[in-house]
Design a protein around this ligand. Structure first.
Ligand code: SF4
Ligand code: SF4
Length: 422
């Protein structure tokens, strides 16, 4: 695909300079960001995005004060970014402040540090746990283990630990002999992330089959976590290592004519927005400009909308939740529009509230109640929608939807696969 055909999202153009003063100065204190913050809405102790961003930045410049610990209560949903009329780079400020807080204020001997580090590095745990998936699922599903996790690590015992698949996506892909289609013209490199690899390979397989249906060669390179849980926990050194590896790998593929597609909207958000905001490795901007959410890509380059009209996927009625990170990329209406004319399947948008889990936020013992309070509106709308199956692009929103409703949760790519691929 030539560059002139692309429609990259507009991420903060001055961000590479890592100088956030212009952003802080352009805040005119309207408080719109505060009214958009789902955590501030239910947690009276959380001072909100205006304080976390421009106000802390001003205080730090003036009085050389340290970062306030309340920044660790920000769930990194990034809703405030989209709400600000003055384009203040709020989440970039939060990510930077969180990194500073963890480095300078948080004891490396504290339970909070180790709990956050473990949650932020889920991929490392998953790599080990998925070697013996049945045993890991048995152990992690045990209520005594869950109670111990809560007591000693502060990981809530209220949630069901996600099960590991008995075969990872990468093993499946290698086993089938890699890409089934070779093409010099239509090439995508798949950023699957950890969750689709270890926990929901059916989503990743659906992506491969759908893109091959449209004649694409799909590359599945070695990769690290996108860094999303690391940003959210202020583990910027871990995030930097992961991002460097990913940028180097995917930049080589972009140079060879591949575009990058993601099945998780937080992964596409990280590659498109957080990497250029926080890092300046060679190739970061090119990787960001060539990254797409998978269905967004097919909407741009193929007539997936036309192909889906009147098709009959083998699915029940669906209650769709748009993840916050999909909203930030302008993708919140996408699935509902794409699936509006399916034969025999209704898709209901369950509203614009946050699901409340925000990655690792809702897994922390102290945040569990807040997380469920934020999710209440979504649960009620799911209950009102026809059917008992949920639909979303984000793996942790899917966990929260399933946890709060008891529904099975599917991914839009699975619907497309069922509708179009024989
Ligand atoms: S929405 Fe933007 S301009 Fe308004 S208070 Fe928040 S950061 Fe400042
Ligand atoms: S990222 Fe989300 S939780 Fe954090 S301050 Fe912004 S709106 Fe609130």
């Amino acid at each position: 695909m030539s560059d002139s055909e692309k429609f990259p999202i507009d991420v903060f153009p001055e961000a590479e300079e890592m100088d956030l003063r212009p952003g802080a100065d352009s805040c005119y204190k309207c408080s719109t960001c505060d009214t958009s913050c789902p955590v501030a809405e239910v947690d009276d102790d959380f001072p909100g995005p205006k304080f976390q961003g421009p106000e802390q930045w001003r205080l730090k410049r003036k009085d050389d004060v340290s970062v306030d610990e309340s920044v660790m209560k920000c769930s990194n949903c990034m809703r405030c970014d989209g709400a600000c009329p003055s384009e203040v780079p709020l989440s970039q400020m939060h990510n930077t402040a969180r990194g500073e807080y963890v480095t300078e204020e948080m004891s490396m001997l504290s339970r909070e540090y180790w709990r956050n580090r473990i949650l932020a590095n889920y991929g490392t745990l998953a790599r080990v746990g998925s070697k013996v998936p049945r045993l890991t699922n048995f152990v992690m599903g045990n209520s005594v283990v869950q109670q111990l996790n809560e007591k000693f690590l502060g990981i809530t015992a209220e949630r069901e630990f996600p099960e590991f698949a008995t075969e990872t996506f990468v093993d499946w892909f290698e086993e089938r002999g890699g890409a089934k289609i070779q093409s010099d013209e239509k090439r995508v490199a798949y950023f699957h992330g950890d969750y689709a690899n270890y926990n929901t390979p059916e989503v990743a397989k659906a992506l491969v089959r759908v893109f091959e249906h449209y004649g694409y060669e799909v590359a599945v390179p070695d990769q690290r976590c996108s860094g999303t849980p690391m940003f959210a926990n202020g583990m910027l050194d871990d995030a930097r290592r992961a991002a460097k590896f990913n940028v180097e790998t995917f930049h080589d593929l972009v140079s060879a004519g591949y575009d990058i597609v993601c099945s998780c909207t937080s992964c596409s958000m990280a590659l498109r927005q957080e990497y250029p905001e926080l890092f300046s490795f060679e190739g970061t901007a090119e990787v960001a400009a060539h990254t797409y959410e998978a269905l967004e890509y097919l909407r741009i380059y193929e007539d997936v909308e036309g192909d889906l009209k009147g098709s009959k996927p083998d699915f029940p009625d669906l209650a769709y939740h748009a993840p916050c990170h999909a909203r930030n990329q302008g993708l919140d209406g996408q699935a509902v529009n794409l699936f509006a004319d399916l034969d025999g399947v209704s898709v209901t948008d369950v509203g614009d509230s946050c699901s409340g889990i925000s990655g690792t936020y809702g897994w922390k013992e102290e945040n569990y109640d807040t997380s469920m309070k934020i999710g209440e509106e979504m649960f009620e709308h799911m209950d009102d929608a026809p059917g008992e199956t949920g639909l979303t692009e984000c793996p942790t929103c899917a966990m929260q939807m399933g946890h709060g409703s008891g529904y099975e949760i599917r991914h839009p790519l699975e619907v497309v696969e069922s509708a179009l691929v024989e």
